[in-house]
Write a protein that binds this ligand. Sequence first.
Ligand code: NAD
Ligand code: TYD
Length: 360
Amino acid sequence: MHNGKLYLVTGGAGFIGSCFVLGLVKGGRAGVVTMDKLTYSGNPHNLDSLAGNNRHRFAPGDIGDAVLVSRLLRAHEPDGIINFAAETHVDRSIADPAPFVQSNVAALCTLLGASLEWWKTLPPAKAATFRFLHISTDEVFGSLGPGDPAFTEETPYAPNSPYSASKAASDHFVRAFHETYGLPVIITNCSNNYGPRQFPEKLIPLAIINALSGHPIPIYGSGENIRDWLYVEDHCAALELILERGRPGQTYNIGGKSEKSNLEVIRTLCALLDEARPERKPGSAGHAGLITLVKDRPGHDFRYAINCGKIERELGWHPALSFEAGLRRTLDWYLNNRAWLEQVQSGEYRRWLEHNYQNR
Ligand code: NAD
Ligand code: TYD
């Protein structure tokens, strides 16, 4: 299928996974087999631009399906597995933790088990360079106060939401497969991503959709909660470096060095919208007039911040794009991809809006 490297990317039809797959395949740096269950947030159209590209295959399926995973591994003999597959939205995990336990913990263990069995059959040279790269989140570290130092790789886990608890559990299982069986795993813990193709249940694309249709932009609580924002392509560049030169058994924090309160994020976005669509400015306050404080998220973590000194020192990675530049690119993408936006606002999406926002 491809002369160079070939990877199995699970969850590759989602927001970050599709960015990773598109970058690798279009950049000619590797071939990819994308495996994805296509949940509500997985979207095959995210990979439409690879149609007919012989360096890419799409395999629909669940990482919890050991038979399918084993078959794909035997058929394609990948140089690594990059696992993005997960249930990912904190508010949905609060509404119902069960799918998070199922995909992020139980199915992940099945993926690990099938990967291990296949890895054990590899000739020593291939087994030594094989990597299982597991994509995780800074949310496993819990919540910081305003003056606390940023999370390092040594910060103890203290997850507060069902989502972050399930991701913490997944990280522990991945680590255990290294310690117990020697599987060459690497774990990355990244801060909040933003960019094209993010499902519009998350803050930034939700705000864009609502602003474009003149609906209120809901901000939980006081809007003072802080996240460390990273443009998705910067995250994917870090992952490629880690895949090539990261050390097995290690974890790497990845962050944007760009802490912003939710109100700052949305005010910056509204100013960009005022510029991009002056004719649609709703009232004298502009799009910012749509900002509406609503009931807080239960257990809402106050602040996340990442110390990414380790990956900077060891691999020379730095976030390339400023928040303002990344947000401008993101907004441009949503403005220029209306068909994508229309298509993802399905019945399921509307049901979620009703559930999460109607009586807030
Ligand atoms: P996403 O919800 O857009 O994508 C997740 C993908 O996984 C979807 O395509 C979905 O169909 C697929 N999937 C879910 N369960 C599956 C299963 N059992 N088998 C196969 N496929 C399955 O999420 P995202 O934002 O792209 O996140 C990708 C990964 O990055 C997740 O593991 C998430 O925890 C992690 N992460 C996300 C962020 C962020 O800000 N978005 C930050 C740090 C880490
Ligand atoms: P989100 O995009 O859900 O990411 P995460 O919870 O994983 O950090 O939320 C980012 C921040 O925005 C978080 O502090 C919650 C807040 N938020 C709102 O204020 N309103 C919303 O409608 C949503 C979805 C999130």
